[in-house]
Design a protein around this ligand. Structure first.
Ligand code: PLP
Length: 415
């Protein structure tokens, strides 16, 4: 007797292909997206979901924002790639406009966030040798426990997450890890060979950890006193996520170097950048660093449109207003033991880390149940989930997602 399997769903067909032919370095929710617009995605079976992850902030302006898609289309019809062997007419304006938005003089264009971080580390070391006089090959950089900066070998080498590190050594030396949120620990870790302090102004992957008030200002003072660069990785926190262009600026602090990525590509293509003054980025000479794709005209045209959206201010104002609404709604879910299941909510702007009672469910389970109710979010570290909707989300959509979370937790509490 032969058993005949029933017809497979389109989702199952896609998942099987991915399981067979794509490296197993992700464990995605069982949702296969076919189309998207604004804060919404549609899967291969026609189901619609509110996207409350927004590509880990790569989709800050939502899916296929009309101004960004139009900029990409215009550039697609002109020239898309030149390499940096030649100039292109988008590179200069992009660098000038982004530098002005951030309040610095120069931009080093790259592609992914990890590349921006790697480039920032190289620049900081070179600055240390050439401008600070650190003896050759002795440069050290202070980094934070729980930080996330990407997946390259140097970066995972100073990660404190065993899953990210294990099996990938030997690692690049020269990093000193200190607890996040403790400026005194930064001061203690600095030696005469220290060239930079690298931090996220809010730790995203760690669960949207907001440091104590005054922390960034205190680190700024420590860096000034020791003559080391303060390098802010704003790949996830920057470009509108907190309702401000930069989370560091929102705290009243100006870092020496900003690392940007994700939203800089408008949700269309990878675009990242190191942004700093000439005194820092000026250490690079031809041949010492580069990227075939970095600064390509398509990336620059989209990046310019992103800068225009942020400079206009409207999207930031909406993010601040709707962020306050999101946090007010989430706070209603905390502090109701036995009813709510939410232990703590952190974050700012349209960015929230939500700790669920681990006795109730894992973050993964909550995200699966949320997806079943039409809301996409992502867990991190056990029982924490993250809400980071596109900045174009409406108050009604925020209400719907929070209602779905409340319903999921109520149902889980009944089990
Ligand atoms: N830096 C931070 C703060 C991030 O959150 C991320 C990605 O999540 C990265 C760097 C790496 O970016 P990418 O995945 O584009 O390499």
């Amino acid at each position: 007797m032969t058993l005949t399997a029933g017809p497979r769903t389109p989702t199952a067909v896609h998942e099987e292909l991915v399981a067979r032919h794509s490296a197993h370095n992700y464990h995605p929710l069982p949702v296969v997206v076919a189309e998207a617009e604004g804060a919404w995605v549609t899967d291969v079976e026609g189901r619609r979901y509110l996207d409350f992850l927004a590509g880990y902030s790569a989709l800050n302006f939502g899916h296929r924002h009309p101004a960004l898609v139009a900029a990409a289309h215009r550039q697609l019809d002109r020239v898309t790639l030149t390499s940096r062997a030649f100039g292109n007419d988008q590179l200069g304006p992009f660098c000038a406009e982004l530098a002005e938005l951030v309040g610095k003089q120069m931009v080093l264009p790259m592609n992914t966030g990890a590349e921006a971080v790697e480039s920032g580390l190289k620049v900081a070391r070179k600055w240390g040798y050439e401008r600070k006089g650190v003896p050759v090959d002795r440069a050290r950089i202070v980094v934070m426990d729980g930080g996330f900066h990407g997946r390259t070998t140097t970066i995972v080498g100073f990660s404190t997450d065993p899953v990210a590190r294990t099996g990938f050594g030997p690692f690049t030396p020269g990093f000193d890890v200190v607890p996040y949120g403790d400026a005194a620990a930064v001061a203690e870790a600095i030696t005469p060979d220290t060239v930079a302090v690298l931090l996220e102004p809010i730790q995203g992957e760690a669960g949207v950890l907001v440091p104590p008030a005054g922390y960034l200002a205190a680190v700024r003072e420590v860096c000034d006193a020791a003559g080391v660069l303060m390098v802010a990785d704003e790949v996830q926190s920057g470009l509108g996520r907190t309702g401000h262009v930069l989370a560091t600026h929102a705290a009243g602090v100006d870092a020496d170097v900003y690392l940007l990525g994700k939203a800089l590509g408008g949700g269309i293509l990878p675009v990242s950048a190191v942004v700093a003054d000439e005194a820092v980025l000026g250490v690079l000479a031809p041949g010492q660093h580069g990227s075939t794709f970095g600064g390509n005209p398509l990336a620059c045209a989209v990046g310019r449109a992103v800068v225009r959206l942020l400079a206009d201010g409207e999207v930031l104002r909406a993010a601040r207003e709707n962020g306050a609404l999101l946090h007010a709604r989430l706070r209603e879910l905390t502090g109701l033991p036995g009813r709510s299941g939410v232990v703590a909510v952190r974050g700012t702007g349209l960015w929230a880390g939500i700790d669920v009672d681990p006795r109730l469910a894992t973050g993964r389970q909550v995200c699966e149940e949320l997806a079943a109710r039409g809301v996409l979010a992502k867990d991190t570290h056990g029982s924490t989930i993250r809400f980071s909707p596109p900045l174009v989300v409406t108050p009604a959509e925020i209400g719907a997602a929070c209602d779905a979370l409340a319903a999921v937790l109520t149902d889980l509490g009944r089990v």
